[in-house]
Design a protein around this ligand. Sequence first.
Ligand code: UD1
Ligand code: UDP
Length: 374
Amino acid sequence: MIKVMSIFGTRPEAIKMAPLVKKLEAEDGIDSVLCVTAQHREMLDQVLELFSLTPQHDLDLMKRGQTLEEITTRVLLSVGDILNAEKPDLVLVHGDTTTTFSAALAAFYKQIPVGHVEAGLRTGDRYSPFPEEMNRLLTSRLATLHFAATDGNVANLLSENVPSTFIYKTGNTVIDALLSVVREDYIFDNPLLNQLDFKNKRILSMTAHRRENLGAPMAQIFTAVRRIADDFEDVEIVFPVHLNPVVREAAAKYLGNHSRIHLIEPLEYEPFANLLGKSYFILSDSGGIQEEAPALGKPVVVLRTETERPEAVEAGTVVVAGVEAQNIYNICRELLTDADHYKKMAEAVNPYGDGKSCECIVEAIKNWYKTEDK
Ligand code: UD1
Ligand code: UDP
């Protein structure tokens, strides 16, 4: 039996690791152990419940307004203790959060190999996204196995001298997760979402949470969004607001008290993914949404100055709008007034995989383990 311990802590990691953990649990020859740091609490629990995942270890680390130093050290210490107790053959981490980097470092200190899911994303700017770009770089240095979604991600790793034998092109597990929840005939539980007139109105969905956008950039973003709602009467905007208190304060200040802007609680993944599928277009600084929206044929206005997902930009579904109000407004206005432009951006393409990514990763793990000199 190969003992594989998956470790994650935030909403996006949970969404993208859930189908993989399910697959590992069902696999003969693999003893799957799940450890959640709970760097996020409520937003993590929403995903665990949806996918019926029961962690063997829940470190319950989240504190309101936590700093990077606090969360980094708490994860490092607590994961170290769990690794001492469980002694897995392989630790799996995902993406670029503080849980990702710190859990990988904890495993390295115990000389346990690390598999990095969603490896090889890069913007080339160590401060953007912050601290995610550095988390990715450091996790690549610490990992033994690298599961990369696209050719571009593979090329990034090769250019940093990661050995090619340990890089596996697998697609992104987000597509596996997305395909398991989006349905044409989906009906929301949420009364507000059910009342929205998706046929006659243009419903825009938005999210915003990046640390480098907190403060002045977020004020610019929200100013642009309010102007869009003011200027286009057939537009309604749905914003499930991230639980970060800084984001919530800014959202209430700039976007509150508008009859066509709906500030709601974070949605569970199933309704959120179906909301994306029914929206006219999406405004977001999220990473995962830049992968989901192309698969659903929905344009995304990226509320950032860069992206580590150039495939979606090349495919034409994603446009990087920056964080200046006038530019964001202009890009949205074009999408709302130029039908041909909208149509070009709304072609469904899927640069991120065919929904079989988890299968690929499990096979790679088994093959790697066979060749290990035990
Ligand atoms: C984290 C990740 C980021 C990822 C994002 C996904 C780091 C440094 N950042 O950012 O890479 O894109 O998650 O959403 O790893 N909170 C709650 N309940 C929750 C979740 C958050 O109350 O379920 C509040 C807490 O006050 C918490 C704060 O939000 O302290 C910030 O959470 P944190 O995980 O530190 O940062 P995020 O901005 O969520
Ligand atoms: N998401 C969700 N509910 C919401 C908002 C987002 O389930 O209310 C999902 C979204 O579909 C995507 C993931 O959460 O899969 C993105 O998470 P987030 O934006 O927090 O992080 P990022 O992708 O930027 O790391």
